[in-house]
Design a protein around this ligand. Sequence first.
Ligand SMILES: [Mg+2]
Length: 317
Amino acid sequence: MTPNQTNISSPAWPGIKPFNNNNQVDLANDQTAPIANRRPLATTSRGASGEGHGASLGGGGAGLCFAAAIFDMDGVVTNTAAAHSGAWKQTFDDFLKQRAANHDERFTEFSRDDYRRFVDGRPRYNGVEAFLRSRGIELPRGKPSDPPGCDTVCGLGNRKKVLFDQIIEREGVRTFDSTVSLAREMVRRGIKIGLATSSYNSEEVLGRTGIPRLFEAVVDGVESAKRGLRGKPDPDIFAAAAADLGVPNGQAIIIEDAVSGVQAGAKGGFALVIGIAREGNELELRENGADIAVRDLSETNLEQINLLVQDKRTGAR
Ligand SMILES: [Mg+2]
């Protein structure tokens, strides 16, 4: 748990091994991590003061060279990423165990790596399909009205949603102080703030946080379906949020914790993609499109982000 993750209790997992921080090495002291990926942004040689640098490059914030910031929700604004991973694990492990028994096969559990590679950040049913494909399993797509747990893509996705809802009902939803502080600072400096999440639960999840409504534009799973947007790793959802804010992609930064999300950010031509590597997966996020990766936004600040945007535009990064 990071020092900035306040009021976050450890999720109680219904008989499953959690993917949260409870069972991890102390990543802050993980000397096996590549040095380049352990280096916090605070060590940038450009220093911390970026005042005035942005003016010549345009932008919307006072003294800043970008105009908008679009945040992912789960794992970036709220601590709900662990609830998602736990709900996915129970859903798939139950399904795989039953399938192994029926086919007289060996059961191979749904892993943390499976979570990051195939489902994190993606629209729910797309995540089911991507994971099943990785195991060579084909199920009928079914319908969104399928009962939770029935052997269709939609049925498994609906089962996951039921489990997720149970977890956040039991555990509540908390925000990351570092993210909320940075977002508020951005608003004070004239940066427009948007949220782009594949979640169909954004209204409920944000409603549970107890923080005032921060985001001027929200494009979630419900809105994506209405508009026919492709989900992450395509960039549509981020582009739609930028458009709703009246800002071109090149003037908007993306803050995202999922592999699929940084891939989407990289494809969309945004001003900067910041990866949040809460599991110590900085290298993975960098390799998939993040311009920079930190374990928590407390490792950086608005002036350093501004310098990174400027560096990216001028080809220094
Ligand atoms: Mg996320």
